[in-house]
Design a protein around this ligand. Structure first.
Ligand code: NAD
Length: 498
């Protein structure tokens, strides 16, 4: 069985000690083992990043950007191989894996603009013979901790931007599907990145705690579940680090009575069941305003759920693959059991799905609940599986109150033809990313990504302009070159232009 190593100072490193199995979720077989770094291994990466920093921070941004241009080309040339690696360990379909990679590449394209985004600000003559400017300087050694569900895209939200801003980076990917992440990092080294600027260290809580506790690590970007996001935010900020920690979600789609139902159903199918529901922007609740639209939705969506093409993600032309692990499958089935026990109406039951030829894969079929109420765990919790819940309400105001009362606030959307309703929704909904007739409103790379409430801990969103703010610190410089022979008396009043 192959062993997935770390990437430290430009070299593959086996590391000591523990390892964890990695599975092909479509077959249920363990296909490799990934090293779980101990503190000594993590320290090697921290030392390498620290040693690389002085030269890298002084490398002109245009040269840093040239490496990103080559990286983008290599990512595009290796698209098929990367998609196959993602699918083999995550389980998502090849087409979905390609989509994830393309969204990741958009972040590399944004990073290619390094000379432009790092220009800073300049003011001449802020006082007599005094000029002032603001520099955007790198922070130093920064780290990213990423989830299993986007092993290519989420790391690409972080390190291309951090690196072009002049930082050195340590990435701790998910231990459940680390191969594509490592492959991609090696492409960046091939593109000409100096050794030690990007290091990838596989591991679990021990590796993460080593990053939190290391005084050399100045900032942490985290994407994953809410309890771990909260832990990393509180432990990191307690130690004076800059932290942005993105957490879990429960994303609602509001269906107004005037919605274009056929298109809304297509949108819901992709947003609820794409990637087997394992997306932080997946729609898991359809809030129907009125029984009429709810009944019509059930009539139209049930046959489409029953017709979902489900199989090994690595085969082409499918709608949905398996869940990532046996534990994830069991957790999702447990929630479906709970929904039934708590009185929701189970309209389509995915628990019994068997995929011929892949009987041991971690599959759950598309599932639909109707008449879900806010006290049920299938409503309160993030299930992270192919389960859509319908909640019936009487008005848009009631729908918005429901969403605003939920602890998560990552994404949401409204399907309507009514501009006034859409505008009210955009203004008053307490959610960080909002779609109007767009089911997965994931911001493009030149905007920034982030939720509200318990979906994000910290002030700055991920990537885009907020990413630049997160990975740089401002230095304001005020400079005076007085005329050679002028003499100035001491001034005891606070300096001003008044
Ligand atoms: P997770 O929280 O289990 O793991 C995320 C990372 O944290 C992994 O690298 C993991 O090794 C590490 N980790 C796990 N337990 C830890 C612990 N006790 N201490 C320190 N580190 C620990 O999340 P996951 O299951 O990999 O990913 C799914 C979750 O991520 C979902 O909740 C999903 O909503 C969320 N997610 C959020 C976003 C977003 O942008 N808000 C994006 C993608 C995924």
């Amino acid at each position: 069985m192959s062993h997935i190593p770390h990437l430290i100072n430009g070299e593959r490193v086996a590391g000591n000690g523990r390892s964890a199995p990695v599975y092909n979720p479509s077959t249920g077989d363990s296909t490799s083992a990934v090293g779980l770094a101990d503190r000594a291994t993590m320290q090697l990466a921290i030392d390498a990043a620290k040693a690389a920093f002085p030269a890298w921070r002084n490398t002109p941004p245009a040269k840093r950007a040239q490496i990103m241009f080559r990286f983008k080309q290599l990512l595009e040339q290796n698209e098929n191989e990367i998609a196959a690696l993602i699918s083999a360990e995550h389980g998502k379909t090849i087409e979905d894996a390609v989509g994830e990679l393309k969204r990741g590449i958009e972040n590399v394209e944004f990073a290619c603009a390094a000379p432009e985004i790092l220009k800073g600000e300049y003011s001449r003559n802020v006082g007599p013979n005094i000029d002032a400017w603001t520099d955007l300087q790198p922070i130093g050694v920064v780290a990213g901790i990423t989830p299993f569900n986007f092993p290519a895209m989420v790391p690409l939200w972080m390190y291309p931007l951090a690196i072009v801003c002049g930082n050195c980076f340590i990435l701790k990917p998910s231990e459940r599907d680390p191969s594509s992440t490592l492959f991609i990092a090696e492409l960046l080294n091939q593109a000409g990145l100096p050794k030690g600027v990007l290091n990838v260290v596989n591991g679990d809580k021990d590796a993460v705690d080593a990053l939190i506790e290391a005084p050399e690590v100045k900032a942490l970007s985290f994407v994953g579940s809410t309890p771990i996001a909260e832990y990393i935010y509180s432990e990191g900020t307690k130690r004076g680090k800059r932290v942005q920690a993105l957490g879990g979600a429960k994303n609602h789609a509001v269906l107004m009575p005037d919605a274009d139902l056929d298109n809304a159903v297509s949108a819901l199918m992709g947003a609820a069941y794409g990637s087997c529901g394992e997306r932080c922007m997946a729609i898991s609740v359809a809030v129907c305003v009125g029984d009429q639209i709810a009944d019509a939705l059930v009539d139209k969506i049930v046959p489409q759920i029953q017709a979902l093409k489900i199989g090994a993600g690595t085969s082409c032309g499918l709608d949905m693959g398996p869940l990532v692990t046996a534990a994830a499958r069991d957790k999702v089935k447990g929630y479906i059991d709970a929904g039934v026990a708590q009185g929701a109406k189970l309209v389509v039951d995915g628990r019994g799905l068997v995929v011929p030829g892949n009987e041991n894969g971690f599959f759950v079929g598309g599932t639909l609940f109707d008449r879900v109420t806010p006290d049920m765990t299938i409503y309160t919790d993030e299930i992270f599986g192919p389960v859509l819940c319908i909640v019936r309400v009487g008005s848009l105001e009631e729908a918005m109150q429901l969403i605003n009362d939920h602890e998560y606030g990552n994404g949401t959307c409204i399907f309507t033809r009514d501009g006034e309703a859409a505008r009210l929704f955009c203004d008053e909904i307490e959610v960080g990313m909002v779609g109007v007739n767009v089911p997965l409103p994931v911001p493009v790379a030149y905007h920034s990504f982030g939720g509200w409430k318990r979906s994000l801990f910290g002030d700055l969103h991920a990537y885009g302009p907020d990413g630049v703010r997160f990975y740089t610190r401002k230095k304001a410089i005020t400079q005076r070159w007085p005329a050679r022979k002028s003499h100035e008396a001491a001034q005891f009043a606070f300096p001003s232009n008044g």
